[in-house]
Design a protein around this ligand. Structure first.
Ligand code: COA
Length: 260
């Protein structure tokens, strides 16, 4: 598959995946998600690859969210399919992959971007990063696992405040919340991710895989939450407010929500 939206490079047993739509702040459209899912599956199957580092192109954004333009024509069925396909083919594949995946968060990680970072096993942020789940400003909720993974990572109260206010937090706040593992200067971002990855790559690969499976197993009982999120995300597309929120973003104006 020719890659148009991501860059993939394997060096010294690390597969570097860069989301490469800088002009759209690396927003995840369907084509990008398809390429990302395939690239991760290939890297997981490649015996020359020990781990994956995911980052965004350019200095400004890791990923500024799902591509909002693609939301505009969706109905309830389309919303359900969008959330389900991406969760199962990309986000769950990353989380359940038995090779370490590190997110190097080099700027905005919003909506689907923060959800992507949260699906990774470890997150490193550059000091200029801003993180948030702004979906309710669009009349939506997170649909790529955000309500579940954020709650697990930072707890119910902080997760609800971030999701309901839609506020972004700084890298330092994210560190304090435990949402990212380390905060470093932008220049030190990839070196820090590589330092951690290289240390993991010296450890026993089968034990690393077993540890990831075991940590993931702690969440298995909560699987129902992801299904609830897909249903609720899809149901948003039956509301007028969702259409209004999406059009307002596209038209660069403030939305007027009516609760309909
Ligand atoms: N989907 C589609 N396009 C997006 C996008 C997204 N999630 N995020 C940014 N873009 C596009 C903008 O529309 C703009 O495109 P244009 O130049 O063709 O008009 C380009 O990326 C640059 O973004 P811009 O908004 O001009 O940058 P900014 O520095 O003023 O603001 C953000 C940066 C991140 C605050 C702002 O882009 C934003 O709020 N993005 C949406 C975040 C969001 O709601 N994500 C969750 C989606 S579920």
């Amino acid at each position: 598959m020719p890659l148009e939206n991501i860059l993939v490079e394997v060096r010294s047993r690390i597969c570097y995946v860069t989301i490469n739509r800088e002009s759209k702040l690396n927003a995840l459209n369907t084509a990008t998600l398809t390429e990302l899912g395939e690239a991760v599956k290939q890297a997981l199957a490649d015996s020359n690859v020990g781990g994956i580092i995911i980052t965004g192109a350019g200095p400004k954004a890791f990923v500024a969210g799902a591509d909002i333009a693609e939301f505009a024509p969706l109905n309830v069925d389309g919303g359900k399919q969008m959330a389900q396909t991406a969760q199962h083919n990309v986000f769950d594949v990353i989380e359940q992959g038995t090779k370490p995946v590190i997110a190097a968060v080099n700027g905005f990680a919003l909506g689907g971007g923060l959800e992507l970072a949260m699906a990774c096993h470890i997150r490193i942020a550059s000091a200029n990063a801003k993180l948030g789940l702004p979906e309710v400003t669009l009349g939506l909720i997170p649909g790529y696992g955000g309500t579940q993974r954020l709650t697990r990572l930072i707890g119910r109260g902080r997760a609800l405040e971030m999701i309901l206010t839609a506020d972004m937090i700084t890298a330092e706040q994210a560190l304090q919340f435990g949402l990212v593992n380390h905060v470093v200067d932008p220049d030190a971002l990839l070196p820090k991710a590589e330092e951690i990855m290289n240390k993991i790559l010296t450890r026993a690969p089968l034990a690393v895989a077993a540890a990831i499976r075991s940590v993931n197993a702690s969440a298995i009982d909560a699987q129902k939450g992801f299904d609830t999120e897909i249903e609720e995300f899809a149901a948003c597309f039956a509301t007028n407010d969702t259409g209004e929120g999406i059009q307002a973003f596209i038209q660069k104006r403030k939305p007027e929500f009516k609760g309909e």
